[in-house]
Ligand binder design. Structure first.
Ligand code: SF4
Ligand code: FES
Length: 265
C-alpha cells in the first residue's frame, strides 16, 4: 500500500487541510495513475475509513506534453504524469498544489497569470506580419572566414574551435526547437525564488519565449529586448533553479546568453 498525504482545499479562499489515503501502488506507476486509482470508485475513503470526496487534479495528455498536471510532489515541483513511485523516497508521498498560483480546488490551480503575463509582455507572434526568417544577425551565415566571428552563439565548440556556420545554425535551431516546447506548466515559476504571482517578473518562461521570438522576428527585436529587460532581466538573481526543474529541458541560461549577446550589437 502506498500512503499519500494530500493538501486539499474545497475552493478558492477556503482553508487548506491535509488528508491521508492508502492506495495500492506499484513502483512503475506514476502519481497521475495513483490519483486515478484513488478516484476510481464512486466512494472514496481516507486512511481512517472516513468517506470523502474525490481529489480534484488536472490532466490532459498524460504524456508530459501539456503541463496540466503540475503540482508539488514530496516538496518538489513536478508533473504528476512524469513522476514514478519508484523514484520517490520515504514512507509517505505528499502532494500539494503549486504555491505560486491561486488554488481552485485541491491540486488544481489557476495559471491564467502565465498567459496574461506573456500577453502583457507582448510575447507573441503578430500573425499577419509574422516573419519566420532568422533575425538579421542570426541569418544563416556562409563559411566565409570573415563571418566566422559572427557565426557562433557560444563562440566555440566543445573542443575549443570556432563553430562553423552550419554548426551555428544547427545549434540555434536546436535551441529554438527546445524553447518552442514550453508547456507553460509553471514549474519554473514555482521553483523560482523571485517569482511572485501578479508582479512584473515572469521568470524563465518569459526569457525562453523572448529568445524564441527574438530569433524569429526581425521587426520586433527592440520591443522584445525591452520587454525581456523589464519582465525578466531586472528580477532574475541567476539562481537558475528553473534549469533543473523544466520537464522539457529548456535552458534559461542559453536564452539569457542569447538575449545578452544581442545587446552588444
Ligand atoms: S520553461 Fe519549462 S518549466 Fe517553465 S513553463 Fe516552460 S516547460 Fe514549464
Ligand atoms: S497530463 Fe499533460 S503533462 Fe501531465
Amino acid at each position: 500500500m502506498t500512503r499519500l498525504a494530500i493538501l486539499r482545499q474545497k475552493g478558492p479562499g477556503e482553508a487548506p487541510y491535509w488528508q491521508r489515503f492508502e492506495v495500492e501502488g506499484t513502483p512503475n506507476m506514476t502519481i497521475a495513475a495513483l490519483l486515478d486509482k484513488l478516484n476510481y470508485d464512486d466512494d472514496v475513503f481516507d486512511i481512517d475509513g472516513k468517506p470523502t470526496t474525490r481529489v480534484r487534479w488536472e490532466c490532459s495528455c498524460l504524456q508530459g506534453q501539456c503541463g496540466a498536471c503540475a503540482m508539488v510532489i514530496n516538496g518538489r515541483p513536478a508533473l504528476a504524469c512524469d513522476t514514478f513511485l519508484r523514484d520517490l523516497k520515504g514512507d509517505e508521498i505528499t502532494l500539494a498544489p503549486l504555491t505560486k498560483f491561486p488554488v481552485v480546488a485541491d491540486l488544481v490551480v489557476n495559471r491564467e497569470a502565465i498567459e496574461r503575463g506573456l500577453q502583457e509582455a507582448k510575447m507573441y507572434l503578430e500573425a499577419p506580419e509574422a516573419d519566420n526568417s532568422l533575425a538579421a544577425d542570426d541569418k544563416p551565415v556562409t563559411n566565409d572566414p570573415s563571418n566566422r566571428e559572427e557565426s557562433h552563439i557560444a563562440g566555440e565548440n566543445a573542443s575549443g574551435k570556432p563553430r562553423t556556420a552550419a554548426a551555428h545554425n544547427e545549434k540555434l535551431h536546436d535551441l529554438q526547437y527546445t524553447a518552442a516546447r514550453c508547456l507553460k506548466c509553471g514549474l519554473c515559476l514555482e521553483i523560482c525564488p523571485n517569482y511572485v504571482h501578479g508582479r512584473q517578473f515572469l521568470g524563465s518562461l518569459l526569457a525562453n519565449n523572448a529568445f524564441l521570438l527574438h530569433s524569429q522576428s526581425e521587426e520586433r527585436q527592440q520591443e522584445l529586448k525591452e520587454s525581456f529587460d523589464a519582465h525578466f532581466l531586472i528580477g532574475c538573481s541567476k539562481s537558475l533553479s528553473c534549469e533543473e526543474i523544466c520537464p522539457v529541458g529548456i535552458s534559461t541560461l542559453a536564452s539569457l546568453f542569447f538575449m545578452n549577446r544581442r545587446r552588444t550589437h
